[in-house]
Design a protein around this ligand. Structure first.
Ligand code: GDP
Ligand code: MG
Length: 197
């Protein structure tokens, strides 16, 4: 897949605006600031295409990108404490509205910060993906902030948290800063897209 061919398609503010799905979709979810925009830019090999927000919790639209007939979806981040109740309602509307649609879900990439325990919201997201039986994997982000030994320890510990809620997904340890795990992630994405095609 030639990621350099990526094109921004559109941003949608409500799930009702999202057009019917005509191509396999790879969707990115995670809490605000987990590194969603950064990992998408890294996968695409395009620095500023997906906006890396200086104001956490700001991304409140669903953003669609096209790469050679596959759709990459940047979903709004969850769990930002300072976001007003009304904004949280809008987040649920967007995410739940999007996942409730009859779409060609090829893969959901669920991002979790490797430095910390999975948050309640992370676990809620993963159990939602399990319940819906959507194809997904977990990508741990910001691995460059930890030593290799610490990374292994955190992978084991977060995987245990996931197992405790009945989730045993494929996990990939990544760094958008250093490029760690990005090729593995690209390969898994491409597999998922060809299975969904
Ligand atoms: N050290 C490091 N920082 C990262 C990494 N990924 C993202 N960041 C930083 O984390 C912040 C939030 O990133 P962003 O991609 O906007 O997160 P989003 O809100 O999930 O889209 C920014 O300051 C990024 O530069 C990473 O792999 N390593
Ligand atoms: Mg973002």
């Amino acid at each position: 897949m030639n990621y350099q061919m990526v094109k921004f398609v559109a941003a949608y503010g409500t799930s009702a605006q999202v057009p019917a799905s005509t191509s396999p979709e790879v969707s990115f979810v995670g809490r605000s600031n987990v590194g969603k925009s950064s990992i998408m830019n890294k996968i695409f090999g395009r620095k500023g295409l997906v906006k890396v927000s200086s104001t956490p919790g700001k991304t409140s639209t669903i953003n669609f990108f096209d790469v050679e007939g596959a759709t990459f979806v940047d979903l709004p981040g969850y769990g930002f404490a300072k976001v007003a109740k009304s904004e949280k309602g809008r987040w649920s509307e967007l995410i739940e509205g999007y996942f409730a649609q009859d779409r060609r879900f090829a893969l959901v990439v669920s991002l979790i910060d490797i430095r910390h325990d999975a948050t309640k919201d992370d676990l809620r997201m993963v159990s939602y993906l399990e319940e819906r039986e959507l194809p997904y994997l977990v990508a741990f982000t910001k691995a460059d902030k930890l030593s290799k030994a610490q990374q292994q320890k955190q992978v084991a510990s977060i995987s245990k948290q996931l197992a405790a809620i009945g989730a045993n997904p494929i996990v990939v340890t990544t760094s958008s800063e250093r490029g760690q795990g990005i090729d593995d992630l690209r390969a898994l994405i491409e597999d998922a897209i060809s299975q969904a095609s």
